[in-house]
Design a protein around this ligand. Structure first.
Ligand SMILES: NC(=O)c1ccc[n+]([C@@H]2O[C@H](COP(=O)([O-])OP(=O)(O)OC[C@H]3O[C@@H](n4cnc5c(N)ncnc54)[C@H](OP(=O)(O)O)[C@@H]3O)[C@@H](O)[C@H]2O)c1
Length: 380
């Protein structure tokens, strides 16, 4: 006889003989602490297959909700593949084909896939009246000024001279996301939820930004660490974000939230030593100051990821206030869990993907800059 919920679900799945059913039930059984929602909802996710989407789907299904996804059918998920035969799939294009959404009703929509206001205007305009709440995944990049530590959701957002621009670049991204937020609030004056994530991290991340660090720490040896050990860093685990999104929809918690963690201030030293706790190897950290890194053309954020020198215009970029989101129910996994799960997921990727990371510092460059740093130190 099965003695645990997990055993029961696995037996039931095996009896049904359906491999996909077994995989989903097994995945759900690994999180037996997820209770069913009081009321099952119909949730539409615009997007759903890249990074945060699969985690949103997994959690929504585990809570007992029904999920529909809308995308072009191009992106292949690298995580939670087991959920995709449990969702309704609608095919279309945010740019010019929303036919599949017409005449349909949902309780809530999560809009992950828009960074230009026209896309939100079109989809929110079409869905208003047939959807109760519209959650737009924005970004903390909407802030006009990142120089102040402790910024809340109430700070001013970036603007753009020509709001019809549709080219998303480092310069336009924040202001366009801010305009997308406005479109959401305009179409859903009583039903807009805006979530502004910081750097989204964890299993499934396609950017390799935060992933650089656990992978680098796991490789061991002398690790170049940026700035000072006390420089702050922030991020949000995609799973914490996904669970927060679903929770906000369930609670109908209308408003704007900074989706940022961890719970309290985290230094770069705490980040790296926290990652060290999930591996066992020969390792040392050498802290190289921001001026030396700049002299040697080591890029903050792109190469020394999850780090920006906390001075001047970026003095507040890793010190956002999270109290409104925490009060609304945002919960955080421990850093060690995020680091370990990221490493485990990374190990599942094809070798050619792992040997050509998309961001982070190349090993040869790290060795070169470390050698120059030691030579400088030796000169006194
Ligand atoms: N990554 C970060 O650190 C970070 C930080 C702050 C904010 N954000 C925001 O977080 C959001 C979540 O991104 P995600 O990748 O995790 O979401 P996701 O829902 O997992 O994936 C994005 C989806 O958009 C779909 N899509 C792309 N172009 C489309 C189009 N023209 N028409 C219809 N669907 C389209 C993709 O599928 P197809 O390709 O198959 O169409 C994919 O399913 C984004 O809005 C991003 O700006 C990210």
């Amino acid at each position: 006889m099965p003695t645990t919920r997990r055993e029961f679900l696995m037996m039931t799945a095996a009896a049904g003989g359906a491999l996909s059913l077994g995989r989903f039930e097994e995945a759900i059984a690994q999180r037996p602490q997820i209770p069913q929602a009081e009321k099952p909802l119909r949730i539409l996710i615009l997007g759903g297959t890249a990074f945060t989407g699969p985690h949103q789907i997994y959690y929504a299904l585990a809570r007992g909700h029904e999920v529909t996804i809308f995308n072009r059918g191009r992106t292949e998920p690298t995580v939670h593949r087991e959920v995709f035969d449990r969702v309704e799939k609608l095919v279309g294009d945010r740019d010019d084909n929303l036919e599949a959404l017409k005449g349909r009703e949902w309780d809530g929509v999560i809009d992950n896939s828009a960074s230009i206001p026209r896309w939100v205007r079109q989809s929110a305009g079409l869905l208003k009246g047939s959807v109760d709440v519209y959650l737009f995944t924005s970004s903390l990049s909407v802030h006009a000024d990142n120089s102040k530590p402790g910024m809340t959701e109430d700070e001013s957002v970036a603007t753009i001279d020509d709001p019809t621009i549709e080219e998303v670049t480092g310069e336009t991204y924040g202001a366009l996301k801010a305009l997308c937020e406005e479109e959401t609030r305009k179409a859903f004056p009583d039903g807009a939820i805006i979530v502004r994530p910081h750097l989204i991290v964890g299993p499934g991340d396609r950017s390799d930004r935060w992933t650089y660090w656990p992978v680098r720490v796991a490789r061991g040896g002398e690790v170049m660490a940026p700035g000072t050990p006390n420089d702050p860093t922030q991020y949000i685990d995609a799973r914490d974000l996904a669970e927060f999104d679903i929770h906000l929809i369930e609670q109908r918690a209308i408003g704007t939230y900074s989706g940022v963690g961890p719970l309290s201030r985290l230094s770069m030293a705490e980040l790296l030593y926290g990652m060290r706790a999930v591996v066992s190897n020969e390792i040392s950290f050498t802290w190289v100051d921001a001026e030396f890194l700049a002299e040697h053309e080591v890029a903050p954020w792109a190469e020394m990821t999850a780090w920006l020198p906390p001075v001047g215009e970026y003095a507040g970029f890793c010190l956002f206030d999270n109290s409104r989101a925490v009060a609304a129910g945002l919960k955080y996994r421990p850093l060690a869990v995020t680091a370990k799960d990221t490493l485990d997921w990374w190990a599942t990727l094809p070798e050619e993907r792992r040997t050509s990371p998309r961001t982070g510092l190349a090993a040869e460059k790290e060795a070169r800059v470390l050698a120059a740093w030691h030579a400088r130190q030796a000169e006194g």
